[in-house]
Structure formats: structure tokens, C-alpha cells
Design a protein around this ligand. Sequence first.
Ligand code: THU
Length: 143
Amino acid sequence: MSVSLTPGQNHDLLNAAIEAADSCYAPYSEFPVGAAVLTASGEVITGANVENVSYGLTLCAERVAVLKAITEGHRKLVALAVWARKLPNGGITPCGACRQVMLEFMSPEAPILFMHPETGVIQSLPLGELLPVAFGFADHADH
Ligand code: THU
């Protein structure tokens, strides 16, 4: 099953990610990233990367957005957009760790949006294509 948002929803979610990048804390990499998740109830919740002097403790924008949504009471997320200011036209896809965290609260069909690095066109890939053969328990989806 493929799930897609309307072009307007894609645009709005990616714009929210672009705006969110302004609130990053990225003094070490100077690589601002913004993310936005759409919840099952229709809310958009954003996040940005938060770095740490102990570099490995850095949190990506995608995880910040997902964790904010969860701690604000949401449990089902239906789409996520990510954007990075510095790559050509903002092209970026979520890192592997974020993909696994996203799969905890999103279905494999959930669209993950990012901008094509050369054209600036919004691309959409299902989470399951970004993280095939993912780890999970048999009853994982029931949580
Ligand atoms: N980063 C994200 O926020 N999301 C990604 O998908 C990849 C990388 C952040 C982590 C770090 O603050 C900076 O980008 C450079 O890796």
C-alpha cells in the first residue's frame, strides 16, 4: 500500500522543516537541519538538530521532531519532511538511526519527504524503502 499526501500537504510539511532549521543548535558542524512530522490527528510538529560538545550525543532534527511529537501525546505519525540548509538545494535523507526511530511510530508506507539535490523538486519515498528488512518484534505494530 502506498500512502501519499496532496502536493499542498507535501509543500507545507517541507516548508515547516525549512523554517525549523533556524532553531538548530549546530555550533560544531555548522550544518543546520530541520524536520517536520505530520501526526495522525493532522498536527505538524517540528525539530532541528541539537549538537553537543561530546559529538556522539548529537540528536538529529528528525529524532527531535519525532520525540517532541511523542512527548506531546501523539503516537502515530503519518509523514516526515527533512531539509538541510547547506547541501545543494537542501538535499538530505534521514540517517539510519533516525529511520529506525521513525519506524517505531510510522508505518513502512509513510512518506518521507526531502528535496532532490539538483532540481529542488520534492521527493517522497516510503519509510520501508529507506529501511528495508528492519528490526522489529512480531507485535511491534501493536504498540
Ligand atoms: N543531521 C541531522 O539532523 N539529520 C540527518 O539526517 C543527518 C545529520 C545533523 C547531525 C549533525 O548535527 C549535523 O547534521 C551533521 O551531521
